[in-house]
Design a protein around this ligand. Structure first.
Ligand code: PLP
Length: 494
């Protein structure tokens, strides 16, 4: 029978001419990107093959940089971990990357493997509902939507006319730059100015000043004032507040730590005032504090927990409190969704990362290396007491303050000259975000390079005045003085 289809061209015996992208040499990368993008990032070009562990290799200069930046705290196990090169993992990664599946509606074994691994490792039994989306801002945005939906349904069921369309949040918060999150982000005005925003209740955030013992009274007074302000907001906007949103450690806003007792008060308020407690763990999550989640570090479980960054996949966990209403967003189709529902490639990478964190006990490593970094920062603070203050740490989330923003920026530039990458936050803070598998050698090296950067910027410290016994007048500060966990008098559950 004659075919009605046009005859297919005979397969060519020659391989097709390469149509791959033209190679762009490292020296030309910035100029090439600059034609279309605002290229205001680092002057580096990362060599993804030569970078290793906590060392980022700059293909432009040939220098290695000690990486305490980790792509804004989103690279959990550094570069080129041997298990990221295993044949099995490489094959699964490639399979997921070849075709981008719409995970919300079409399911794969690879996705199921990710979800079960997540549940087994970092999952919290109290938070059984999961949702995935690309990026941190959309994770927080969807948590807010879950809260709005929950509160409106509660109001309707109780015959109340209140809309429940407000999110109570905190000064110095950073939750992202998407539609709803712009209304709760209030760090650098450059990120929010001239964009439309909702006016939602914003209360002061009672961060700890370190060493805590020296500032205890003022911290407790700030907490009390904040809790009163929250009560007032709930009284004023009766049943309008759907959720209380907080970063358990405010990161971009200045590595501002809260006492566990304060977070526990927020838990109580969310329960008594019929609102959902939302923890934005986009930066604090997946091991940085030495626990999977800062919520475990503090022993306070939220109703909604947002993640992204180190987990590679954005999204949220939710508690059974959502079941108070029928048809909540995890039960009714189409209420929160996106085409891809997160990226399958990211899920496969995340699965491998979760296994590595588990097998290599990297939460433990984060605790130990974080302690070393924290103690080192405290020692530097003692050497330059006129310039450095507020050394603080929770696991690997460590920071220290400089006297002025200009000095802070100068130290970051000097650290770069010492081939070390560190991050700014708040107005005068330096934050450190090493990978979870950072070695003690790299921590010691980081402290050495930081010291060199401080010497470049601040000069030699004044010689210490010693007392008759040869000690410093105040005596050496104990490492535990600035550690938030030691302020709790209680252990976290995981
Ligand atoms: C606490 C917090 N929430 C949300 C975000 C936004 O995440 P993304 O940049 O992935 O949208 C960030 C990013 O730095 C963050 O630190």
């Amino acid at each position: 029978m004659a075919s009605v289809l046009p005859s297919a061209p005979a397969p060519s015996s020659r391989p097709p001419a390469s149509i791959g992208p033209r190679h762009i040499a490292a020296a030309d990368v910035h100029e090439s990107l600059n034609e279309h993008l605002l290229v205001d990032g680092y002057p580096l070009v990362v060599d993804l093959d030569k970078s290793h562990g906590s060392y980022l290799y700059d293909a432009k200069s040939g220098h290695e940089y000690l990486d305490f930046f980790t792509f804004f705290s989103s690279n959990p196990i550094g570069f080129n971990h041997p298990r990221m090169h295993s044949a099995d993992f490489s094959q699964r990664l490639l399979r997921a990357a070849r075709t981008r599946v719409s995970n919300s509606d079409v399911y794969t074994s690879l996705m199921a493997e990710f979800v079960t691994t997540l549940e087994r490792t970092a999952g919290l039994p109290e938070l059984p509902y999961y949702f995935f989306v690309d990026g941190g801002a959309l994770a927080v945005e969807n948590a807010m939507k879950a809260a709005f939906d929950w509160k409106r349904r509660k109001n309707i069921a109780a015959g109340r006319s209140a809309l429940g369309e407000k999110i109570l949040h905190f000064e110095h918060a950073f939750h992202g730059r998407s539609g709803y999150t712009l209304s709760v982000t209030n760090t650098d005005p450059v990120k929010t100015d001239y964009f439309p925003q909702f006016i939602w209740p914003r209360v002061p955030s009672p961060a700890i000043s370190f060493p805590f013992r020296a500032h205890q009274d003022e911290v407790l007074a700030r907490e009390a004032a904040c809790l009163t302000a929250i009560e007032d907001e709930f009284d004023r906007g009766r049943n309008e507040i759907a959720g209380i949103l907080i970063e358990p450690i405010q990161s971009e806003g200045g590595d501002r730590h809260f006492r566990s007792e304060f977070l526990a008060e927020l838990r109580k308020l969310a329960d008594t005032r019929e609102a959902l407690l939302i923890f934005d763990e986009v930066q604090t999550g997946l091991g940085s504090t030495g626990r999977w989640w800062a919520s475990q570090y503090h022993g306070v479980t939220p109703d909604l927990l947002c993640f992204a960054k180190k987990l590679q996949v954005g999204g949220l966990f939710a508690s059974r409190r959502l079941d108070d209403v029928e048809d909540h967003v995890f039960a009714k189709s189409g209420r929160i969704n996106s085409t891809w529902g997160g990226s399958l490639t990211d899920m496969v990478r995340a699965t491998q990362i979760l296994r590595i964190i588990e097998d290599e006990a990297l939460l433990n490593n984060a605790r130990q290396r974080g302690h070393e970094l924290h103690v080192g920062l405290q020692a530097l603070e003692l050497r330059w007491p006129d310039h450095l203050s507020n050394a603080r740490g929770a696991g690997l989330i460590c920071a220290i303050d400089l006297r002025t923003p200009a000095l802070r920026d100068a130290v970051i530039a000097a650290a770069m000259a010492e081939h070390m990458l560190v991050l700014a936050c708040g107005t005068t803070s330096l934050r450190f975000r090493p990978a979870l598998n950072v070695s003690c050698v790299a921590i010691a090296e980081g402290l050495g390079r930081l010291e060199a950067a401080l010497l470049r910027t601040l000069g030699r410290p004044e010689p210490k005045i010693t007392n008759a016994r040869g000690g410093t007048p105040a005596g050496p500060r104990r490492a535990s003085d600035g550690n938030v966990r030691n302020l709790r008098g209680r252990r976290s559950r995981r």
